[in-house]
Design a protein around this ligand. Structure first.
Ligand code: AMP
Ligand code: FES
Ligand code: ZN
Ligand code: ZN
Length: 308
């Protein structure tokens, strides 16, 4: 197969766009697509300081690479959750994030949950799982809390994550299966900071397929952790991704259309009655001062204080 732009040897064929590209043109195309997403959803500007949440995986490390190449000023944040498993997941992912930062002379904040809060996320989760079989929901609360704290304390204008199209389509699929209006109302490539202490959040890779990100990381020679968190296995999100991949196989572009048509429908007003920020009353948590809708302390402080 030949590159559409130069007729050289193609390294990837993106059936959804009927577009095959060679190495060099693909490495140009990914940042250009990312810039288009940043512009379309008005995520951030060149003068702003950006905090990139890096997990050590292909998406977030590639995102840090791409934003740097585009000329944005970015620091990284790695959260050591203390997840073990056969491959010592957290140790290995931290190594990848640190290696990436030091090779490029970039600034990486590292937050170690055990050091800062006395226990690993798994220990906190085991105590507070209450019948749930996975720590992922608890882990998600901790990640969101810490990302927001570091972004605000460090004076960053925006926090960015490496969520790709497959992540967003799977999450949309789950929210649609259950018709959860609140989640559907909030799902968007950028969430504005609000007065109550939530940092602006953006997902600049939301229109790029996971397969494209894996190819980008590989071609750029970025060393990343291949394994997913050991607790992800058997999760709903993996199941939804498998279903969507089956659909994509038969109908190239199905995932992209599913997600982009949703965004378009929202732009046309679908779900806007639910998007009223006043619907969710937020107040500062008395312990950490971060905004919460829970009565009293926020979910994270309750977890850490052994209240759940
Ligand atoms: P996940 O929820 O694991 O699919 O990750 C989604 C995004 O969250 C990643 O692309 C990263 O931007 C961010 N992220 C996940 N885990 C971590 C972590 N341990 N430290 C910092 N950022 C993370
Ligand atoms: Fe949080 Fe796996 S990364 S439970
Ligand atoms: Zn080419
Ligand atoms: Zn709190």
């Amino acid at each position: 197969m030949k590159c559409r732009k130069c007729a050289g040897k193609a390294v990837i064929n993106m059936r959804q766009y009927k577009l095959a590209l060679c190495r060099d043109h693909f490495l140009e195309w990914v940042p250009a697509q990312t810039q288009r997403t940043i512009d379309k959803y008005q995520m951030f500007q060149f003068c702003e300081r950006i905090l990139v949440a890096v997990s050590g995986g292909k998406d977030s490390l590639s995102l840090w690479d791409i934003l740097g190449r585009l000329g944005y000023q970015c620091d990284g944040l790695y959260i050591d959750l203390g997840v073990g498993g056969g491959i010592q997941y957290s140790d290995e992912s931290q190594r990848c994030a640190q290696e990436f930062a030091s090779q490029r002379n970039l600034n990486l904040h590292v937050v170690n949950i055990q050091k800062d809060y006395g226990e690993t996320i798994i220990a906190i989760a085991e105590r507070s799982m209450r019948g749930r079989d996975k720590p992922c929901a608890i882990c998600g609360i901790a990640k969101r809390h810490i990302m927001n704290r570091v972004a605000l304390e460090g004076g960053y204008s925006v926090l960015v994550t490496g969520h790709n199209l497959d992540d967003e389509a799977a999450s949309l699929f789950g929210n649609t299966l259950n018709w959860i209006p609140g989640y559907l109302a909030r799902q968007w490539p950028v969430l504005e900071a609000n007065r109550t202490g939530l940092a602006r959040k953006a997902k600049p890779l939301c229109r790029l397929y996971e397969r494209e990100m894996a190819t980008y990381a590989l071609l750029r020679g970025i060393r990343y952790i291949y394994n997913e968190c050991p607790y992800v296995e058997g999760s709903k999100s993996i199941y939804y991704k498998e279903l969507l991949n089956k659909l994509e196989e038969k109908r190239p572009g199905a995932k992209l259309t599913f997600y982009l048509s949703f965004l378009q429908a929202k732009e046309n007003g679908l779900f806007s009655p639910y998007a009223d920020p006043d619907l969710e009353e937020l107040h500062p948590c008395p312990t950490c001062n971060q905004p919460t809708s829970a009565p009293g302390q926020c979910a994270f402080c309750r977890m850490v204080a052994h209240l759940v």
